[in-house]
Design a binder for this molecule. Sequence first.
Ligand SMILES: Cc1cc2nc3c(=O)[nH]c(=O)nc-3n(C[C@H](O)[C@H](O)[C@H](O)COP(=O)(O)O)c2cc1C
Length: 381
Amino acid sequence: MKRGKFISIAGGAILAAGATSYLLSDKQNIVRADIKSTDGNNPALNTALHQDEKEILFLASLAPSGHNTQPWFVQWLEPYHWVIGSDRTKWLPAVDPTQRETILSIGAFLQNLEYAAAAFGYGCKWNLLAKTPQDERVMEVKLTKTLLSQSFDPKKVITSLKYRRTVRSGFLTEVLRSEDIAELSHSDPAWIHYLPAPSPESQWLNAQTILANRLQAYRDPAQRELADWTRFSSRNAAKYRDGLTTASMEIKGIPGWVVRNFYGKDDVMKKDFRERSIELIEQQVSKSAGWILITSQGNSVETLLETGRRMQRLFLKVREKGIAIHPMTQILEEPATQQPLNQAMGISSPIQFILRTGYIKNYPEPVSLRRPIEGFIRNEA
Ligand SMILES: Cc1cc2nc3c(=O)[nH]c(=O)nc-3n(C[C@H](O)[C@H](O)[C@H](O)COP(=O)(O)O)c2cc1C
């Protein structure tokens, strides 16, 4: 065979092989629209639960949680009577050793549950069970039919629950308008503090967020925990339906394809990965309208749950204003950055949430995954 012809055949074969392996590869980010709220895997549960119970509980599960661990479970006692629990297999001991963030996330779940129940015409009667953040049974709730107030718009509420999401990129640097801040902090002005980007406090938070991320990126147990909750391939993401996916980390296009097909847990522990994640944080904090801090009265389970609810009430209001929220919690998780925080902010009450905020032009659809209801409801009385 002539040399030229061989080269062109070989080139074609290589290209063909490349195209085939691309076709067989993990080509697309899996997103929220790809999943259903139930997987039908527990027929007994599906028969026992009323349709509106299933819908309310799935809407509740759209709450945010650290690393998207979804640290809740629901014990179904009888129709419309449940215990909401803390699933210890979903705790994050390396970054949240006291389960502070777990309880805040469960608080957000309770807020979603209350709004979703109202949207279906139910009021909630709560009974706090947990005495410490480590207790498994957190809150008992009973739903009873109730009359909605005239101003309550169920459709709008369900839309806000379904479309809320964490946004990590595309922030504009224009500061938040005072009428927006007033509306966002309306019900809780004493506990919601906005620090505009040019303020010294905001600059301090930028620098300390980078430092805290550097400390955490080189703290092996924290980095390993992150690796354990990262779902690199679509197959794994679809299997677990929790954790951080390429879509939720906003890694799109070719970089997303590379991560889905060639990355694994061990890569997270490499220096290159750690350094690149710190660079990403530097880029993120360089663009924002500043920060929102959410404080609490104390650190009891009751106040942490209320603070998680407070954060979620705010989070559910921002989308319609074109405002993005990005919780960045590392300052609170690393003792070296947590310790000087209150003094630097001039705030005496405990700071529970540090949220980067900013206007964005095109609000993206929600992408983070959730377990089907069968994955978190236990139907033993
Ligand atoms: C207590 C708490 C802490 C969080 N900390 C961070 C964080 O440090 N960095 C981050 O990018 N997202 C953080 N998040 C956002 C979660 O990663 C996000 O809620 C989860 O992945 C689900 O995505 P969604 O909010 O779009 O539904 C936090 C959320 C909560 C409730």
